[in-house]
Ligand binder design. Sequence first.
Ligand SMILES: Cc1cc2nc3c(=O)[nH]c(=O)nc-3n(C[C@H](O)[C@H](O)[C@H](O)COP(=O)(O)OP(=O)(O)OC[C@H]3O[C@@H](n4cnc5c(N)ncnc54)[C@H](O)[C@@H]3O)c2cc1C
Length: 470
Amino acid sequence: MSIAGQLRRCPPDLSSHSVAARLRFDPDEISAAANDFGGVVHSPPAAVFFPSSPADIAALVRLSHASPHPFPIAPRGHGHSVRGQAQASGGIVVQMSSLEGGFVDSGGEQLWIDVLRETLRRGMSPRSWTDYLHLTVGGTLSNGGVGGQAFRHGPQIANVLEMEVITGKGETVTCSERRRPELFFSVLGGVGQFGIITRARIAIDEAPKMVRWMRLMYTEFRGMTRDQEKLITMEASPESGRRRPDYVEGSVMMGHAMRSNWRSSFFSENDLRMIGELAAGNGGAIYCLEASFYYGYGHETAMAPRLEKLLEELSFVPGFSFTNDVSYFKFLNRVHDGEKRLRALGLWDLPHPWLNLFVPRSRITDFDAGVFRGIMKHSKFMGPILVYPTNRTKKDLEKLEDQNGEILKFCDREGIECKQYLPHYTRRDDWAKHFGRKWERFVQMKSMFDPKAILSPGQRIFNGPKLEAD
Ligand SMILES: Cc1cc2nc3c(=O)[nH]c(=O)nc-3n(C[C@H](O)[C@H](O)[C@H](O)COP(=O)(O)OP(=O)(O)OC[C@H]3O[C@@H](n4cnc5c(N)ncnc54)[C@H](O)[C@@H]3O)c2cc1C
């Protein structure tokens, strides 16, 4: 039976009226919910649900769970998935942004940028961030939430004190490390399979006002990774002038993509020219270590951290260190500037066949040789920064997909046991392999919290309910 048919027949105790009133069937909403940032998968739902409270969502899930013909339900954060993970083919997409929520007990639907704004008003801030903040709390907590602060504070999922979750049975449960821990730990990083996060209590600290933001260039990959490792393991020592960084990341800069990918307010035109020349003389690619140091806390007397001593210990190419002092807000919101630029050029809403891999430390050098200096060396499609897409045409999309496939095959062949982040497998075996020895537990928790496999079908892990025609 179709979803509309079920709504007509369902018993009143399931609040079917409040559910029906919040469903939208119009083509524009359906088409928006059938798309995402990736632009690769397009699965239209039967309807889009606009809840005003967690109770509305719980009613919807109960309706599906109690039905002899359950239908799939996908909470959609901000639709920044790249492979249809927040879509629900023929089912219902829950538009989480329509919830009205509060801070820093944050609504699952809220954007991190709004969490930041709100906490900064009180001089406080969450500790661990993704690079881009126009993502939802529920969306990143369902994945991990990995960024340059993770080496100090863990990913975002390690900074949650408590959550309110609606399970696949439609039950609303408050959970934490101590209270219903099996649900708490299933939902965090659980790719939407065990419950819909409607509230998350996030740990916060005093916020700095300013950030000293540095980019250092390396011609040797190993030189950069060695320095990164040094930075994330070092002890702070005020006497020696050493300051431990608050954020560390890194990237590969391909000479041919230099101007398009790295044009920003960070580098001057002259910097880019110099860096481009350095890359050209180094086989087309160089490496960029990015580190930031927070300062301007209420209790601090010195204006800026002293970093000279630290820089002396690093092995970047002399003359190739670039520094900016920016506000904490501007630093955390840095990718949004790139987004605005790309939107103005009509380059944001293009397909994004991204590949995110965790590579073991012991094989990172082999990965560099085989991938950055091998497979990608002559690829004109490469872009080093997350937000930067490449070309418009489908042909290019296929080439990028092929390149991703080639990288994965290379890792397989060379025995580099990397782990995909935000993966998009289509076969259950691949999911089982992905979760490894935790797979059995994953399946067990699914049968406990979402036995009818209603939630987040776009991840394609479990066979969701079969949809029938009216
Ligand atoms: C420009 C850009 C930069 C990014 N940078 C980073 C980064 O630095 N680090 C990082 O870790 N990730 C990053 N990401 C990836 C990001 O974490 C994912 O896109 C993630 O899916 C969050 O996006 P979203 O909030 O729009 O969620 P959606 O894409 O809407 O949803 C993601 C998944 O979670 C489920 N879901 C959504 N809301 C809820 C909820 N409330 N409760 C339970 N399940 C839910 C959905 O059904 C879906 O399966 C980036 C993405 C983009 C587009």
